[in-house]
Write a protein that binds this ligand. Structure first.
Ligand SMILES: *Cc1c(COP(=O)(O)O)cnc(C)c1O
Length: 413
């Protein structure tokens, strides 16, 4: 950090209030009022424009896997920006090929594994949806609670009624089944269904895991009926759960036909990907899908730096170890207001007895912790994989006090 930035006279520093006012007057109101105006960060710590520090236990929603300002990512992006940022898909670049090769290797697929690059999770799922249509079967089966993005196609796959309803009619052909219900899946996948699209852990729904049996059954049913099994790894991918991809953490023997990626892949630089296996790799013919920005060398160089650093710093192991550390620390609190901790690796949902999650989020922010509520009673943690056990401990130690404050506020209201 540059100390000079913090020595500026207070009167010349923009305040949180000024900036949120300008935000409200210039940004579309789809996200509500921003909680903080952030300026810089280092590792798992971010600093706001007024100089206050926060421990970032959310990582931009499972995005900043290397934390903030990781030297390897800063160098990769800076060096690539000084060479080429974009070239179009008439051409390729070394970072694009290297990132595709790394994804092929990480996925454990064979020589028929292929990668399509895009720019976000929704776009990766759009590509997956179009891939499903290439089976010549119009149906897609998805799960209740599933979140797949906000573009019209991805939204059609998404469960939440409040997101979908204002935009109907959506893309037809999507059937929803209860998550984790093998019989419902078996009944829904007939010969009109081209694909089943599932998250291995439903992040937005409150960090709800599939069991190995469920993923195995999904593979079995889709194989029997000739449908694709597509796993949405947008939130669970890129070492978040302790393996490269979430399905490998839960049921490594289940090889899907495709996975979709985004969030963590660029460490914060926008990038998405569809990775296909076997016959699914040749279902798009030349010209049937595309993206101007997809696979640009800047985003791919970021992706290469992320994947290389995950290996160099053994961050898959770290995600596993710190995930268990977090669970043990929360259990050690022995606080009856905490029901359980769900999830794998460093994608965790702390389930509360009472619907206080939103109040806890606000209290946590005041106390210097960035966390998130996925529902009334679930706190989601998805910290940078470079976070330390000591940093996690500071949050866990603060949790009972945050719950006290949230309860007091609840009782006063
Ligand atoms: C975030 C998310 C998406 C959407 O990604 P965007 O980059 O916001 O479009 C899709 N699927 C899952 C599982 C996600 O968590």
């Amino acid at each position: 950090m540059n100390p000079a930035d913090h020595d500026a006279p207070a009167s010349t520093m923009p305040t949180h209030g000024d900036l949120t006012q300008r935000y409200g007057a210039s940004l579309m109101g789809v996200f509500g009022a921003p909680g903080l105006v952030l300026e810089r960060g280092e590792g798992a710590v971010v600093r706001d424009v007024e100089g206050r520090e926060y421990l970032d236990l959310l990582a931009g929603i499972a995005v900043n896997v290397l934390g903030h300002a990781h030297p390897a990512l800063v160098a990769a992006v800076s060096e690539q920006a000084a060479k080429l940022i974009h070239v179009s898909n008439f051409f390729t670049t070394r970072p694009q090929i290297e990132l595709a090769e790394r994804l092929v290797a990480a996925s454990g697929g064979d020589a028929d594994t292929r990668v399509f690059f895009c720019n976000s999770g929704a776009e990766a799922n759009e590509a997956a949806f179009k891939l499903a249509r290439r089976t010549a079967r119009p149906g897609v089966v998805v799960a209740d609670g599933g979140f797949h993005g906000r573009t019209l196609g991805a939204l059609s796959l998404t469960s939440k009624q409040a997101y979908r309803e204002p935009f109907e009619p959506l893309v037809p052909g999507v059937t929803r089944v209860p998550y984790h219900d093998v019989e419902a899946l078996r009944a829904a996948v007939d010969d009109t269904v081209g694909a089943v699209i599932l998250e291995p852990i439903q992040g937005e729904a409150g960090v709800i895991e599939a069991s190995p049996e469920y993923l195995r059954a999904a593979r079995e049913v889709t194989r029997e009926r000739g449908a694709l099994l597509i796993i949405d790894e947008v939130q669970t991918g890129v070492a978040r759960t302790g393996e490269w991809f979430g399905f490998q953490t839960i049921a490594p023997e289940v090889m899907p036909d495709a996975i979709t990626l985004a969030k963590g892949l660029g460490g914060g630089v926008p990038i998405g990907a569809l990775v296909t296996f076997g016959a699914a790799s040749t279902m798009f013919e030349a010209g049937q899908h595309g993206s101007t920005f997809g696979g640009n060398p800047l985003a791919c160089a970021a992706g290469v730096a992320v994947m290389r650093t995950i290996e160099d710093e053994r961050l898959r192991e770290q995600a596993r170890r710190l995930g268990e550390h977090l669970v043990a620390a929360v259990e050690n609190l022995d606080d009856e207001r905490v029901v359980t901790v769900r999830g794998r690796g460093l994608l965790r949902g702390i389930v509360l007895r009472d619907p206080l999650a939103q109040r806890v989020v606000v209290r946590a922010r005041e106390a210097g912790f960035i966390i998130n509520a996925t529902g009334p009673d679930v706190i989601r943690l998805a910290p940078p994989l470079v976070i330390t056990g000591e940093q996690i401990d500071t949050f866990v130690a603060a949790l009972p006090g945050l719950l006290d404050a949230a309860e007091t506020e609840e009782n006063a209201s």
